[in-house]
Design a protein around this ligand. Sequence first.
Ligand SMILES: O=P(O)(O)OC[C@H]1O[C@H](OP(=O)(O)OP(=O)(O)O)[C@H](O)[C@@H]1O
Ligand SMILES: O=c1cc[nH]c(=O)[nH]1
Ligand SMILES: [Mg+2]
Length: 209
Amino acid sequence: MGKLVICDHPLIQHKLTFIRDVRTNTKDFRELVDEVASLMAYEITREVPLETVKVQTPVAEMDGKILAGRMLGLIPILRAGLGMLDGILKLIPAAKVGHVGLFRDPETLQPVEYYTKLPTDVTERELIVIDPMLATGGSAIAAIDVLKKRGCTQIKMMNLIAAPEGVKAVQEAHPDVDIYVAALDEKLDDHGYIVPGLGDAGDRLFGTK
Ligand SMILES: O=P(O)(O)OC[C@H]1O[C@H](OP(=O)(O)OP(=O)(O)O)[C@H](O)[C@@H]1O
Ligand SMILES: O=c1cc[nH]c(=O)[nH]1
Ligand SMILES: [Mg+2]
């Protein structure tokens, strides 16, 4: 079973409260999501491998550490996943980015795939699938399915807010995938929205409602 990690750093929890607040405008919402994504990147990359390189400081030569080789791939689920992308890229600029386009049919709540573009070396990378919301889990499961069909094996999931139903569904469908969230909320409502959640992440990021 994949682990569920709740990133409960005080800075993340503080910013998440303003992200949730219905009064937060689009500009502030986008900036806060970007900042929390950076802070979560710090947590999710805690175990990435390092290699030793010689570095000459102004005083002496020493063994320094750098991230090992070709490594990370970021997979935002369009659209809302894009809101977390730049915050992670700021910390890991060498990561490559693959896009998976999915939207959730409002009636059936089933994910509909409309776009996929992955880096050519995607199977060699450790991948982080990014999406602010893990609700029923249908979109996350479909995105991970896309990656596994292409031969990817090292996959983690990063969400701002998850519902228990979505965590359970992803853990059952993809028990090898660890999930990192800023908060685990109470439940889903009758329309598949996370309660208390933050509303529709895509609409709040891009001002579409
Ligand atoms: O866990 P699920 O029940 O699948 O729901 C979560 C999905 O719903 C939202 O996307 P949405 O369909 O609203 O698309 P958008 O990002 O284009 O707004 C969200 O960003 C997730 O991708
Ligand atoms: O609460 C939810 C559920 C799915 N998608 C969202 O944007 N918000
Ligand atoms: Mg949406």
